[in-house]
Design a protein around this ligand. Structure first.
Ligand code: SF4
Length: 333
């Protein structure tokens, strides 16, 4: 697997109007304990059921024998914000330790901690580095995060850069989705934020972004054909293979998410998803365009109410589309 996007908890210290899921928000007292316990009780079983190795073959990079190079995959640990108390101490830290243990002698793994940026402290950075963090991804540097609009974010950016420099955390020289960006040695950092062209433009036609009318996505954007969407998610073992996991272990083919998960990693081991359809290789854009259109026609998605076919597709129907896509993939090779 090249990449796993694992949401550890719904808890966040913010309630941004552009957020892609309305479950990401502040919780207090019993409600906070409830969302923390959900992630806390699930992470060990989820990690135990992840692939035995987090490596993949890059078909665009060949070794001397002409075979695809084996590269180290990534697990992105995200929220909400994984640095809020007590998510950080009760879920993030033990999850990082479990992931490091699992892959230490199995080819390794690159752990990315994604966080807004304003909760980072020197002590927390030291804790993250001690637990094997490869990259810290600062994702809140935009005008949609209250208090960070325009130039207001500049003092925080300068503060973070200073903290990183003092610990030898270098700026990543590449940016996703540029291939090869994950080949760097860590620790590294990256900073980004939402903008109308990218993160809340065609992406995120859901959650508060959708409810607040901020998403500009149309059906023709075909999220299934994007790197954070369904593109290559079936391509187990090769570059581009990526899935998204929720705090309770539900697995989705993309960050936009289908109405129902493909399965649950507390109950099912990874092989359910990885070898259930042997022989599948590159799920190409052209392949995904077909089930996308089929989903529209077969399931009857109201074009103007939800511009993502999977989001209105029920489990059985989605799986049927999944299998059809697989058959088409196989037929092409
Ligand atoms: S955009 Fe990020 S910081 Fe804002 S509510 Fe969503 S998860 Fe939290």
């Amino acid at each position: 697997m090249e990449s796993i996007y694992y949401v550890l908890s719904w808890a966040c210290h913010r309630k941004c109007k552009h957020c892609y899921d309305d479950r990401f928000r502040p919780y207090v007292r019993d409600a906070l304990e409830s969302v923390v316990v959900e992630g806390e009780q699930a992470y060990a079983r989820i990690i135990a059921n992840l692939p035995e190795r987090m490596t993949y073959r890059d078909l665009d990079a060949r070794n001397a024998q002409g075979e695809p190079e084996e590269k180290i995959g990534r697990i992105v640990l995200s929220g909400g914000d994984v640095l809020v108390d007590p998510v950080r101490t009760r879920i993030l830290y033990p999850a990082m330790e479990a992931i490091t243990r699992k892959y230490r002698d199995q080819g390794g793994v690159r752990i990315i901690v994604q966080t807004t940026g304003d909760l980072v402290t020197p002590e927390i950075l030291d804790d993250l580095l001690a637990r094997g963090m490869w990259m810290i991804s600062i994702s809140g540097m935009d005008d949609y995060h209250v208090g960070l609009e325009g130039d207001k974010k500049l003092p925080l950016v300068a503060h973070l850069k200073d903290l990183f420099a003092r610990r030898g955390i270098r700026k990543s020289g590449y940016h996703a989705p540029v291939m090869g960006w994950a080949d760097e040695e860590g620790p590294v950092y990256d900073m980004f934020g939402a903008n109308g062209e990218e993160w809340i433009g065609a992406l995120w036609p859901r959650g508060r972004s959708w409810l607040n009318g901020l998403s500009k996505a149309t059906f023709s954007d075909n999220f299934c054909n994007g790197w954070s969407g369904g593109l290559h998610f079936l391509d187990h073992g090769h570059a581009g293979s990526e899935v998204s996991i929720e705090p309770n272990g539900d697995v989705y083919p993309c960050c936009l998410k289908s109405a129902s998960p493909l399965g649950n990693l507390q109950q099912e081991a990874w092989w359910i998803f990885s070898i259930a359809l042997p022989g599948i290789r590159r799920s190409r854009p052209s392949i995904w365009a077909i089930p996308n259109a089929w989903a529209y026609h077969l399931v009857g998605i109201p074009k103007h109410s939800m511009k993502n076919p999977c989001a209105k597709t029920r489990r059985g129907k989605f799986r049927a589309i999944y299998v059809l896509a697989a058959m088409l993939s196989i037929a092409r090779f």
